[in-house]
Design a protein around this ligand. Structure first.
Ligand code: F6R
Ligand code: MG
Ligand code: MG
Length: 362
């Protein structure tokens, strides 16, 4: 069995919240290289989604391995001290909400997407990471990929995919999950995941053989800390081909830039724009929200690749569309639906405004 762990955190940005500086990427590589030499991990790839440092690791320790979680936690902690604070990067260590590691990185601030499986004869893996948005941002994409025949031709053409997929959906407010089968229960599924701030797709399983097909990060920092503490920029792992959707069917879902929550101050809606690693940076109005997509072939636990999947003219039209959609939203300025509803506002200014106006209401 091989385990893929993608663990990410914002531990400091170069120029505000735009990107992870090269110094942090290099520092993380050095630490993970050492862990590889010590046989803690089999392989790794370090990259960034905007201002989030992404540690992709393969190993044989299973999901929720204390050793792997600790490696990621220590990497973030040490780099915060050795690099972020020294360079006075913006928001140094911002996602590290706890002082001491307590056995599992979940609930401590960093986001994590993890899956364990028997490596197939050939194992294509797609890795997605987004900045300036939230875990529920994957909901429409995962719906399209595993339940919508207008996106995924295999659902109609391949009997293996035709068996359908099981979605495990998390209720973020109650911390509980429910399993729903597609296609029979797509209406119930959509009734939940249409509220991405509340219900988030956590895992997807093949109903042909029960194998894990996709796994997403589900943490919401504000629900951990009870207040705004930065965005929960999400990560996602998807296995492709054969009994799963083809690589191109997975990527097809990203041809439409769905409006997602999390732009500027975590308080605005914007289109999720697919970009290459080179453009994995946040600029206009601290965004717009962006997603990078990397492809790997796994070979005896080794990560062969990556292929930078959105570094392609085939996604130029989507990017153009995203910027038109961004423009429409930006013209709304402080008005909804650009600004999120009050219950979703990360920096809620209303109580202060109300306090200021106290005694003036007639
Ligand atoms: C960070 C983010 C940014 C910040 C904004 C203000 O994930 O979404 O848009 O919220 O740059 O940041 P502060 O309050 O740190 O000045
Ligand atoms: Mg940041
Ligand atoms: Mg971020």
């Amino acid at each position: 069995m091989v385990t893929i762990s993608l663990i990410k955190a914002d531990i400091g940005g170069l120029v505000g919240h735009s990107v992870v500086p090269e110094e942090l990427i290099e520092g993380a590589k050095e630490k993970l290289e050492k862990a590889r030499e010590e046989n803690i991990i089999i392989d790794f790839y370090v990259f960034n989604a905007g201002d989030d440092l992404e540690l992709l690791m393969s190993h044989d320790k299973g999901v929720n391995s204390e050793e792997i979680h600790k490696l990621a936690w220590n990497t973030f902690k040490e780099l915060t001290e050795e690099v972020s604070k020294k360079l006075k990067l913006y928001g140094a260590g911002q996602d590290l909400l706890k002082d001491a590691f307590s056995g599992n990185i979940r609930g401590m601030g960093p986001g994590i997407a993890e899956m364990e499986f028997e490596e197939r004869k050939s194992e294509p893996l797609l890795v997605f990471a987004a900045d300036k948005t939230e875990p529920g941002a994957w909901n429409p994409y995962l719906y399209k990929i595993f339940a919508d025949p207008f996106n995924t031709a295999g659902l109609v053409i391949s009997p293996k995919l035709g068996k359908g997929f099981t979605y495990e959906v998390m209720d973020l407010k109650r911390g509980k999950t429910v399993k729903l089968n597609a296609p029979e229960e797509i209406y119930e599924l959509l009734a939940l995941i249409g509220t991405p701030a509340w219900f988030v797709i956590k895992d997807v399983y093949s109903r042909y053989n029960g194998e894990i097909a996709a796994s997403a990060s589900t943490s919401r920092l504000s629900l951990i800390a009870g207040k705004y503490v930065g965005k929960d920029d999400p990560a996602l792992l998807i296995r492709a081909q054969h009994e799963f959707p083809a690589v191109g069917e997975v990527l097809e879902a990203f041809s439409f830039p769905y409006y997602v929550a999390g732009w500027m101050r975590g308080s605005h809606t914007g289109p999720l724009m697919p970009v290459s690693l080179k453009h994995s940076q946040c600029t206009r109005f601290d965004g717009p929200p962006r997603v990078v997509g990397l492809g790997f072939q796994i070979s005896n636990g080794k990560l062969i690749g990556p292929k930078d999947m959105f570094d392609d003219p085939a996604f130029d039209y989507t990017r153009q569309k995203a910027m038109e959609m961004a423009e429409v939203m930006r013209r709304h300025g402080p008005f909804m639906p650009h600004r999120l509803g009050l219950d979703e506002m990360e920096y809620t200014s209303l109580p202060e405004v109300m306090k200021k106006l106290e005694g003036r209401w007639r």
